[in-house]
Write a protein that binds this ligand. Structure first.
Ligand code: SDX
Length: 428
């Protein structure tokens, strides 16, 4: 007997089907609520609302669990590679050696971008934030691959769009940076693997020989794994709702890049470093800044702290915190803001304000410290987040299309003016 919940409205009882997931999550199916009761639900920020059923990523905010297709983030960060994780998220299973070799080879064959992309890039002043440039260049692929405008075309066509997305994202990202610093762009060197290929495009200069530091490439690969998917977060939900209108994969992901840019979401990693720098400049008084974060009137939040779902430690933050130590030691970098971050964490985690609200460091709290140690400029931190999140966005867009999910169109409760007569301007 299927489990149901009962709703009593105006003295009438309605039965709502109960949906249970493979990890025993429970939802009340309200698909017919309006038709049966005349009422809708209201849930600002969708804090209590499930938008879909998904088999891609599972997270448990109370237990600090994160799994991609059933594999723990700890295992994947320790043993996998970014392209292997991308394959897992998108196609559902870990690839064989041959499958990964073909996937990586297909990606290598598409790392170049049309020369006309440079004309678009030239239109952006060097003051342009790389995230805005990235979103634009990514969406511009609709112009160069018009066949992608049909998201339901052949499986081969969808695969080609997926490969092009993964292949060209690092090129767009590196070119957005070169545009910001006024350097000539570099073409991808396909003799290198994914992260090394990106780092060389990012840092190589015509006048110098550039060798990728394997410590930097490995650290970047781990960071991209940790950012690869996170179920129905703000930017992924944006990709899904744009994709639900049958928009192309490129325009759907471009929308996700823009959603990620916000300082409450992926833009937080940039804000964390700016915050830590401000605390350092202000003398490093962490208590003072903690008190400021607790003061509602200050308008200041402890960036990199708190999470909509994690009410325990963000498992990614734990891995990144350890990686930060390792990478800084290996590179011989002594970054004073790391000490400030650890002190801030220590003070916050024993403060009742943060304890009561279950505010812990999230993925963004330590990632900026590693990016900085890797020489990544602050304006590029959220671009790195987008590079990491790309396979998750692709996987979620693909799942939505394969499940033939309806166009997303939430309802509202109207609180504006009731019917009134038009008044001619000379009578107002
Ligand atoms: C990401 O969803 C995802 O999965 C996102 C992400 C992903 O992988 O895609 O994990 C990536 O976006 C991580 C979050 C990065 N953002 C930040 O670090 C910005 C700082 N954190 C927040 O602004 C906040 O915690 C959010 C946006 C992350 C979550 O916001 P919620 O769930 O809407 O919670 P809220 O704003 O309602 O806060 C609840 C309470 C409030 O206090 P009260 O009104 O109850 O008294 O906690 C307070 C908030 O004022 N609070 C903070 C705080 N975060 C929440 N107070 C001080 N500093 C903070 N950082």
């Amino acid at each position: 007997m299927a489990k149901t919940a009962e709703l009593i409205l105006d003295g009438k009882t309605y039965k709502l089907p109960v949906v249970e997931g493979t990890e025993n999550e429970v939802a009340l199916d309200i698909s017919n609520l309006l038709e049966e009761t005349g009422a809708i639900t209201l849930d600002f920020g969708y804090k209590n609302t499930g938008a879909t059923k998904s088999a891609i990523t599972f997270l448990d905010g109370d237990k600090g669990i994160l799994r991609y297709r059933g594999y723990s983030i700890e295992d994947l960060a320790a043993h996998s590679s970014f392209l292997e994780v991308a394959y897992l998220l998108i196609f559902g299973e870990l690839p064989t050696t041959d499958q990964l070799g073909k996937f990586s080879g297909d990606i290598k064959r598409h790392t170049m971008v049309h020369e006309d992309i440079k004309k678009i890039l030239d239109g952006f002043p060097s003051t342009s934030h790389p995230m805005g440039v990235l979103a634009s260049l990514f969406c511009a692929q609709t112009a160069f691959y018009p066949e992608s405008l049909d998201p339901n075309r052949s499986a081969e066509g969808v695969y080609l769009s997926i490969v092009r997305s993964l292949a060209k994202m690092p090129t767009f990202a590196a070119w957005a940076y070169k545009n910001a610093v006024g350097h000539p762009v570099n073409y991808p060197d396909n003799s290198l693997e994914y992260c090394s290929r990106f780092l060389k495009m990012l840092y190589a200069l015509p006048a110098e020989q550039y060798e990728v530091d394997p410590v930097v490439a490995d650290a970047l690969d781990k960071l991209l794994i940790l950012h690869a998917d996170h179920e129905q977060n703000c930017s992924t939900s944006t990709v899904r709702i744009v994709g639900s209108s049958k928009a192309s994969i490129y325009s759907s992901i471009s929308a996700g890049i823009n959603a990620l840019w916000g300082p409450l979401h992926g833009g937080a990693n940039q804000e964390v470093i700016l915050m830590l720098e401000a605390i350092k400049k202000d003398g490093g008084d962490t208590e003072k800044w903690i008190n400021k974060a607790k003061d509602k009137n200050s308008g200041f939040r402890l960036m990199g702290f708190g999470h909509r779902v994690y009410k325990n430690f963000d498992p990614r933050a734990k891995i990144i915190k350890k990686a930060a130590d390792d990478v800084l030691n290996k590179l011989g970098v002594n970054d004073p803001v790391l000490e400030i971050a650890m002190k801030l964490e220590e003070v916050a985690l024993r403060d009742p304000y943060f304890i009561e609200r279950k505010l812990y460091p999230n993925v963004d709290f330590y990632s900026g410290i590693i990016y900085r140690a890797l020489g990544i400029p602050v304006d590029m931190f959220t671009v790195m987040f987008a590079m990491g999140r790309l396979p998750g966005w692709i996987a979620q867009w693909k799942e939505l299309r394969e499940n033939k999910e309806p166009i997303g169109r939430p309802r509202q409760i109207y609180v504006g003016q009731q019917l009134r007569d038009y008044v001619p301007i000379n009578k107002r």
